[in-house]
Design a protein around this ligand. Sequence first.
Ligand code: G16
Length: 542
Amino acid sequence: MIKTVATTPYGDQKPGTSGLRKKVPVFQQENYAQNFIQSIFDSLEDFQGKTLVIGGDGRYFNREVIQIAIKMAAANGFGRVLVGRGGILSTPAASNVIRKYQAFGGIVLSASHNPGGPTEDFGIKYNIGNGGPAPEKITEAIFARTKVIDSYKIAEAADVNLDIEGTHEIAGMQVTIIDPVSDYAALMEELFDFNAIRALLQNGFRIVFDAMSAVTGPYAKEILENRLGAPKGSVLNFMPLPDFGGHHPDPNLVHAKALYDQMMGDDAPDFGAASDGDGDRNLIIGRGIFVTPSDSLAMLAANAHLAPGYSKGLAGIARSMPTSGAADRVAEKLGIGIYETPTGWKFFGNLLDAGLATICGEESAGTGSNHVREKDGLWAVLLWLNILAVRQESVVEIARQHWMIYGRNYYSRHDYEEVDSAAANGLVTALRDKLASLPGTKIGDLTVQTADDFSYHDPVDHSVSSNQGIRILFEGGSRVVYRLSGTGTSGATLRVYIERFEPDAARHDIETQEALADLIQAAEEIADIRQRTGRQTPSVIT
Ligand code: G16
C-alpha cells in the first residue's frame, strides 16, 4: 500500500559542501528526513523501474533513515534497491556499487568526519549514476524543492531485516541486502599488486591502521589482515559503532593523536594510517613523519605508475584550490594537465568522467582516482603500500627525495570552529571589500601580489561557481586562503590555509608552523581574525 502524507517545508535544508548535514535532533523532527528524501526524488527524472543504492556509515539514526528511504523509494517507483548489510556502505564502496550495478543513483547517509550519537551529526547525500556526489545543478534543485514540498510518498510495509543478505519485496520493488565489502575488495585487488604488498608485510614491514570505530573497520580487516596478511591486531578500532566510541572520527593530528604519537615514538611501526567516519578520508604517517594530504597527493601522483592500475600513467591531476601546489609541480614534470577546482569532491566528477584527470586530491585529507567518483581512504593507503613495496624505501626517504626533486610546499590549515556566524560572514565580507586595494601592500617582508575571490569555470560543462574562497598571493609564490567551511553543523568554521614553497633542500627541515610564521602573522593582520572572531588561537591546526 502506498500512502501520500501531507507535510510542510523546512527552511534549512540547503545541501552544503557534501549533502545535508545537521544534528540528529534536527533530523528527528517530524517528516524532516522524509521531506529531504522526497525532494531528492522530485528533482530526478526517469528513474521508474531503475536501481537505487542505499547505505551509510553506521552512525546513530542510520538504520531508521535507511528503512524510511527504502519505503519511499518503493513508493516513488524505483524497481530495485541495493542496501549494504547492516545498513553499512562506506562512501567509496557506495560509489563503486552504483557504478558496478549501473544504478540510477544512490543515497549515502553520513556526516563524514563529524561525531555521531543522539545529539551529534547526521547527513543525507545524493549521488548520481556515475557514482559521484550530485553536482550543484541538482543540489540546488533539491533545495528549491524542499522549500515548497507539501507531501511525500511512502510504502506501508514492515521494516526489512538489514542484517541478513537476501532479497525481499516491498510494494513491487525488490530490496536486496548485499555484502558491503566484497565488491570493493575485488576492485582494490584489480588496482594494486596484492602479491607485492603481501611480500612486504611478510618481510617485517609493520603497519597500523586506525578505523576510528567507523565504517572502514570491516573493509580494512578484510583487505589488510585477511587478504594481505597483516598480523591480526594491525587494524585498530575496527567495529563500526553508532557513536564512534564517543570519538571524533576525523583522521587528523588532533583526533588521531594516539596514532601520531605511536608513529613518532620509539619502536614505531613503518606505516600508520587512519580513515574517517564514512571511509573517504585518509591520514598517512610514516615512522617519524606526517605526510600532509597535499604532499600525499603529489607523492602518490608521482609514483602511481608503480601500481598495476595506473601503469599506463595518468591523464591529469586535479586538486581543490586550497590544496597546496605540490601536485602542480608533478603534473608539470609529467607533462600532464593540472586542474584547480573549488572545495567539494563533486567538482572532480566531470574531469574524471571526461578522462581529463586520473588522480584527484584535497587538503582536507581526501585522495582518490577514476576507479570511483568519491575520495577513498583505503585506496590511498593501498596505493602508498604498493609504492612502498616496489620502491623498498621508507616513507621518510620517499618524502625527502620528492622534496629534493620538486621542492617542498610547507602547508598548514588553521580552523576556527563554531565561530559566531555573523562574525564569520562579517570577516569574509570585509576581506572581499578590500581585495582590490590589497595588491602592493607590504606586511613585514611580504608583499601582496594579487588578491581575489576564486571562481571556477568547469571546462567540461562550462558551469561557473563563484565566491569559492579568498586568495591572497604574495610575491615569491607564498599564499594565504580564507574560506568558510560548508560542512559544519553549528555556527561557522573559518578555515585559513597557509602555504610557502621552498625550493632549497637545505631548508626542508624546518618545523612547519615556524616555516610559515610570517604568513600566519600576515593572515591575522589582513583579516583581523582575533578581533572579529574573539578567538586568540585556532581550534584545530593541521
Ligand atoms: C567534504 C567534501 C570535501 C571537502 C570537505 C571539507 O568532505 O567532500 O570535498 O574538502 O568536505 O569541506 P569544508 O571545508 O567545506 O568543510 P567530507 O569528508 O566531509 O565528505
